[in-house]
Design a protein around this ligand. Structure first.
Ligand SMILES: C[S@@+](CC[C@H](N)C(=O)[O-])C[C@H]1O[C@@H](n2cnc3c(N)ncnc32)[C@H](O)[C@@H]1O
Length: 743
């Protein structure tokens, strides 16, 4: 290949003093670029870049930097390349530092940079000090595949472009092809509807079961292995089992593995009911109520002693979170429970006990709006052990009975999918996501995971009350492995980064090729989102798109500073493919205003009118994908004036739309624009009780669609068929088309 590529070039010529840097460029570099697939317009030679920091002389003449080649894909710079003379070093030293500085330049912002001195080619990533690929040019044929996997134009992507998709239809008709799975749009949350999750046992954060269920359904098939290495309360594992997948639940917190094991271990429901009745009778016969009985019970029955609570807690040790009566009664109840001899029944009884602890303690805050017993303990609610100002003295046995009943209902609901015959399809492991060595490489079909988000929740610290009552040990090593920032062990941001990065590496290793990972993330600081995407890419994942997804919080916080707070959480989707494409950052020479407008119009078209929240979320995603979130934050601290100026706003629906009878200003996907106008048009016709005939529709639409590409009548018809049906001579919106409007 090198013979053809360099036209039988004799490398001995490099020894000649006449063969200089410009010869390297013309004779050796240009053929490589052409062979990689770069056309003339994509090869930018000797572009002057303004030095971002330095100015010299009294007149402050700016210094310019001139990289030899900038390689462009779409509107971004994919990589930068400098030619060096044959005697110059290209693996380390000043030349490398110089080209690195081009790559981080605001007008470039490329992930990769390379140097070539005629003898050899060195490729670097911005974040690695050593070359990621280095070879002698004479042996280029051996390295060609690897080189083009990194650097050909098809190895790069700009972020997700909003396109017109009807995923439901696609899902039903097409055969299951992992790589062709559509990304899911935001899913409305149904938190309370599943007995298997709601009311069984609290956890600090819980994913919405129906969202997880839809993701598993979308990205995997029955029989597949689904992994969640930050499993928490076990929503992923339970939903995977409900969908007939094999499930692996892993968590560092013993409370988590206890919960999911106790919920899923099959029991005979009548045995459980009878056992509970026995306990209840025995308990009520000798419930410690008087001062004397309480003192006696405290001597007889075990309760946790001297487990230290995290620093900001209102009291020092676990036993101080309970009144004497609560301690005595809980100790007595636990004593009765532990007499149970059937292992799985015992687990279920203990699960109800653990869930009862959430209510029977001095940090219990009753809910202001609903019933007295609908509250929560403060570690679950405020992520801190805070003694409630107004204590509530709930009856222990009544609370326990309610929990038993919730668990019976949950077990009844899952029994047809999770039972003696299927339970071996579920693996529950207490361990760390940073070490999945119990799994073979390429053995998992889908990963849905929701790791901790930095500082917010120190899970092990907050679980101490439960782990102490359940006799579940937590070691110093567990604390050192916990992927959080802060907490009792004062972990740093760097600790957190390292642990998350290591866990992504492990997830990459165990996932099969051509499979997906959905990574939930709600960190407030965009820096961490970049960390996730960069780390995943470095491991070999390909970014496929992110979706803002609420997780059940209904309160809408009016945000002072958009672009810092997402309205919910982000689900970031990755694929493990053999030839991943890398995301390119937008170069800042590009018109940011154009990207902002295009994004806003795109969201408006997609949702047929969009709320501030929807616009904001989409801009965060764009900023994240294109690497300019920080700039967005600075330049558009408040979006509202821009929106009110450029778009129509409906006060009742709180939606922004394109100004009436005006065109889209930027290039929004054609079908999306067609669909947007069609929906508005058909709605108007319906309101005015007029028939919308095809010819009239086309006539009304054409002037609005002139911008960019003009659609053919056929395109309009195909979109029309998706959202409307024929009635007589005219067209009417289908329920689905209406729903699109009501989104
Ligand atoms: C956001 S929660 C997961 C909640 C879960 N998605 C649910 O719906 O219940 C994060 C979990 O990660 C766990 N965790 C923290 N560090 C870990 C590590 N190194 N390995 C495994 N799990 C870890 C915490 O114990 C916690 O349960």
């Amino acid at each position: 290949m090198n013979n053809q590529l360099f036209q039988d070039f004799d490398f001995a010529q490099l020894h000649s003093p006449d063969f200089k840097e410009d010869s390297v460029r013309e004779v050796l570099i240009l053929p490589i670029l052409t062979q990689l697939g770069y056309g003339q317009t994509q090869i930018i030679r000797s572009k002057s870049l303004l030095h971002p920091f330095l100015k010299i002389g009294s007149k402050k003449r700016p210094i310019t930097l001139i990289p030899d080649y900038l390689l462009k894909v779409e509107n971004s710079h994919a990589w930068v390349l400098d030619a060096k003379a044959p005697h110059q070093h290209i693996q380390s030293g000043d030349h490398v530092a110089q080209v690195f500085s081009y790559s981080i330049h605001p007008e470039v912002r490329s992930k990769f940079f390379a140097l070539c001195n005629g003898w050899a080619f060195a490729l670097f990533r911005q974040d690695t000090p050593e070359p990621i690929l280095y070879f002698e040019l004479a042996k280029i044929a051996h390295y060609w595949e690897e080189l083009s996997a990194y650097l050909s134009p098809s190895s790069f992507q700009t972020g997700k472009v909003l396109t017109y998709i009807t995923p439901k239809k696609a899902v039903k008709s097409a055969p299951f092809d992992y790589l062709e799975r559509p990304l899911l749009e935001e899913i409305p949350v149904k938190k309370r509807a599943a007995k298997r999750h709601f009311g069984v046992h609290g956890y600090f954060t819980k994913q919405s079961w129906n969202v997880v269920n839809e993701y598993i359904g979308n990205f995997s098939q029955a029989g597949d292995v689904v992994l969640d290495p930050f499993g928490g309360s076990g929503v992923t594992a339970v939903e995977a089992m409900m969908l007939e997948r094999r499930a692996i639940h892993l968590d560092l917190n013993p409370m988590s593995t206890f919960l999911i094991d106790a919920l899923t271990s099959p029991v005979d429901l009548i045995d459980l009911q009878c056992s509970f009745e026995r306990i209840k009778t025995a308990y009520l016969e000798r419930e410690p109520k008087t001062e004397e009985a309480i003192e006696k019970a405290l001597k007889h029955y075990a309760y946790p002693k001297d487990f230290v609570l995290p620093k900001g807690s209102d009291v020092k040790v676990v036993q101080d979170l309970f009144s004497k009566k609560q301690l005595a009664q809980l100790g007595f109840l636990k004593h009765l429970i532990t007499k149970e001899t059937n292992k799985n029944v015992l687990k279920a009884l203990l699960l109800a006990f653990s869930s009862t602890i959430n209510k029977i303690n001095l940090t219990y805050h009753s809910s202001t709006y609903t019933k007295e017993n609908a509250g929560d303990s403060s570690p679950m609610r405020y992520y801190r052990y805070r003694i409630a100002p107004k204590g509530v003295d709930l009856d222990l046995m009544k609370t326990y009975e309610k929990k038993i009943s919730a668990i019976l209902n949950a077990k009844r609901e899952i029994a047809h999918k999770i039972n003696d015959k299927t339970i071996d399809q579920l693996q529950i492991i207490r361990g760390t996501a940073t070490d999945l060595s119990f799994l073979k490489k390429e053995s998992v079909d889908y990963i849905y995971t929701d790791p901790p988000y930095g500082k917010k929740i120190p899970y092990l610290d907050l679980s101490v009350m439960w782990n102490a009552w359940l006799d579940l040990p937590v070691t110093d090593q567990d604390y050192s492995l916990e992927a959080i920032e802060g907490g009792e062990h004062e972990k740093s941001k760097a600790d957190y980064n390292t642990l998350i990065a290591k866990s992504i590496e492990e997830m990459y290793r165990v996932l099969k090729f051509d499979r997906w990972m959905s990574f939930v993330f709600a960190h407030k600081d965009p820096e961490f989102w970049h960390l996730i995407i960069d780390t995943a890419e470095r491991c070999g994942f390909e970014y496929a798109g992110a979706v803002a997804q609420k997780n059940g919080q209904t309160s809408f916080k009016k945000r002072q500073n958009p672009f810092t707070v997402l309205s919910g959480q982000l689900i970031i989707n990755f694929r493990k493919v053999r030839k991943p494409k890398y995301i390119m950052k937008a170069s800042l020479g590009m018109d940011m205003g154009e990207i902002v407008m295009q994004t806003i119009e795109g969201v408006i078209a997609k949702y047929n009118g969009a709320s501030l929240e929807q616009i904001n979320d989409e801009l965060i995603i764009k900023g994240l994908e294109l690497g300019f979130l920080d700039l967005l934050k600075k330049e558009y601290s408040d979006l509202t004036p821009l929106l009110l100026d450029m778009f129509d706003y409906d006060k009742d629906t709180e939606l922004f739309s394109i100004k009436q009878d005006k065109q889209f200003k930027t290039h929004v996907d054609l079908k999306l624009r067609v669909r947007y106008y069609l929906i508005f048009y058909l709605r108007r016709m319906e309101r005015e009780k007029k028939t919308a005939e095809f010819d009239e529709i086309v006539l009304a639409m054409m002037p609005l669609l002139k911008n960019g590409t003009t659609p053919e009548a056929q395109t309009i018809l195909s979109v029309l068929e998706d959202i409307a049906y024929r009635i007589g001579e005219g067209w009417r919106l289908t329920a689905e088309g209406q729903a699109a409007f009501d989104l």
